[in-house]
Design a protein around this ligand. Structure first.
Ligand code: PMP
Length: 408
């Protein structure tokens, strides 16, 4: 895709036209939450206006329509990820919920005292804390894959962590704090040589890269709609059918059962076993609409455009005196985490906001990475396909004016 090829798509996102004070919005916080195109907003309105009812429980017209649309959304997710079967696609409330589902459903059943779980330095807290809770409960241990100064995982060190006690690997596809794309296919193959299943946290990968769970051969893959141009409150867990079948449900309640007596409950079949209660039906259908929208553009086109934008932004920011990019791997999605000499990231974020520029500042729910690079926090600009070079220029000018304020 040429640098301008995506620019007509900006008009699909009404929120990008707002002003912050007297400045046009420059939205560079896409790794936290991206924005919804009008097509997704319209789909939510259409559902609420003409299709809403509870699903799976009634024979009346509206319930059948809502059920059909909800299940259509599941099929869209199935094809988007390349899952073999629909029943391998579980709707959750987001990546965090998906990981907790695996921790409770798989971890609590199959991980015992003395067992080991491998995680990496690049994990978001949501792929650390659930496993720590499990380790504490079971007396299991967490082993951590180190990174180099560019923010890349050390695969040889990873390989050496395996032993006869290793039972599980939790691994991010893309780092949210640095943008590094991890060599997950090789890392999954290594785990499988040791007979160990792998969960991939795909929250930051799905918006930028084509994901094929069968090609990756991952055992679980999780991501959230709100980072993928869809609504909040909905996400997905892919799991290999035989693993999901073997797992215990995480939440009990309506819809996840086949039959209930006070003596015994028989659980429903997949995927319903893991979808207790009324799900966020509208959000799931909106998620499906976001997938349709992305498919029209094509993730390969998105990746090519963003790669170009990242290179442009990296060149500009790297050339600025007093600015340091943290995690400068060549293999990255369009995320730039940076620190400015002598200025706290919180001040950077506050001053950039005065220019209408939205970046995230802080530890990005990835404190081990901050510790590794010996910084308390960074400023993070994260791009989507609707961002452009003018916005990179605005960021660069914004950083310059921040430096000027502090030079006074
Ligand atoms: N993992 C990664 C890599 C993330 O970036 C995020 C969101 N910042 C999460 C997990 C958690 O996602 P959610 O808040 O949607 O559950």
């Amino acid at each position: 895709a040429t640098p301008t090829a995506m620019q007509h798509l900006r008009a699909d996102f009404p929120i990008l036209g707002i002003r912050v004070g007297d400045k046009p919005l420059v939205y560079l916080d896409n790794a936290a939450s991206s924005q919804m195109p009008q097509a997704v907003i319209d789909r939510l309105v259409r559902y609420q206006t003409t299709q809403h009812a509870n699903i799976h429980r009634a024979v009346h017209h509206l319930s059948e329509v809502a059920t059909q649309e909800y299940e259509n959304a599941r099929r869209k997710l199935q094809h988007f990820m390349g899952a073999r079967e629909e029943k391998e696609v579980i709707f959750t409330s987001g990546t965090t919920d998906s990981i907790n589902l695996v921790m409770h459903g798989y971890g609590r059943k199959f991980i015992q005292s003395g067992d080991e779980i491998i995680l990496t330095t690049l994990e978001h807290h949501s792929n650390i804390v659930p496993w720590q809770m499990l380790a504490e409960e079971k007396g299991a241990h967490i082993r951590v894959v180190p990174i180099n100064d560019s923010g890349e995982l050390l695969v040889e060190a990873y390989e050496k962590l395996f032993n006869s006690k290793t039972r599980f690997v939790g691994l991010s596809h893309v780092s949210n704090a640095l943008g590094t794309i991890n060599p997950i296919k090789d890392m999954i193959a290594i785990a499988h040589q040791h007979g160990v299943p792998v969960l991939i946290d795909g929250a930051q990968a799905a918006p930028h890269l084509q994901v094929d769970v069968q090609e990756l051969d991952c055992d679980f893959y999780a991501f959230s709609a709100h980072k993928l141009f869809g609504p909040t409150g909905i996400g997905v867990l892919y799991g290999k059918a035989h693993l999901l079948e073997a797992m215990q449900p995480y939440k009990g309640g309506g819809d996840m059962i086949a039959s209930v007596t006070f003596e015994k409950t028989i659980y429903n079949e997949l995927p319903y076993k893991f979808e207790a209660g009324t799900p966020p039906i509208a959000a799931a259908i909106g998620f499906g609409a976001a997938i349709d929208y992305l498919n029209q553009i094509g993730l390969d086109n998105i990746a090519a455009y963003e790669h170009d934008l990242l290179r442009y932004a990296t060149e500009q920011i790297q050339a600025m005196p007093g600015v340091r990019i943290i995690g400068n791997s060549l293999n990255k999605v369009a995320v730039i985490s940076f620190v400015i000499d002598g200025i706290h990231p919180h001040d950077v974020g506050t001053l950039l906001n005065q220019e209408g520029i939205a970046v995230r500042t802080g530890h990005h729910c990835a404190q081990p990475i901050m510790e590794r690079f010996k910084v308390p926090a960074t400023s993070r600009a994260s791009f989507a396909f609707y961002n452009n070079r003018d916005e990179v220029d605005a960021l660069v000018a914004g950083i310059r004016s921040v430096q000027k304020v502090f030079a006074l």
